[in-house]
Unconditional design. Structure first.
Length: 129
């Protein structure tokens, strides 16, 4: 017996065969209960008591009073108001740790009477590299 054209199933060559639809999985009610509840308010990391793994970089601001003419530019340009002026107009820093190291005071000082540097320079690695 020879195969007949009529015996073979007809294939529509214009359209690709449609894939069988997969059943959609639904979440069980037990799994929904296990989902974490949504927070009403987002807390910041500081409020939650988290601390950064990288320590805050500390800076040292040094004044050369023999060069300073007490113009007050450093105090006016300090974004964190770390540099204060005493009664004679001489700059001083009350809380050194608040300095962010922006160097505005150092850059704009007309007498070059201020230097800003890292207080604890990065140490060499001890793993031999």
């Amino acid at each position: 017996m020879e195969p007949n054209e009529n015996d073979s199933p007809k294939v529509n060559e214009d359209k690709p065969p449609e894939p069988a639809e997969k059943p959609v999985k639904k979440r069980s009610s037990a799994r929904k209960k296990q989902a974490a509840p949504k927070r009403a308010k987002k807390e910041s990391a500081e409020e939650l008591g988290a601390k950064s793994r990288t320590p805050k970089t500390l800076y040292r601001v040094k004044f050369f009073y023999e060069w300073c003419k007490s113009c007050g530019i450093c105090s006016a340009l300090c974004p964190k108001e770390v540099i204060l002026l005493d009664d004679q107009g001489n700059p001083f820093i009350e809380v050194q740790d608040d300095c962010i190291g922006c160097r505005n005071c150092e850059i704009h000082c007309p007498d070059f009477a201020i230097t800003v540097s890292k207080r604890y320079p990065s140490r060499r690695s001890t793993n031999g590299v």
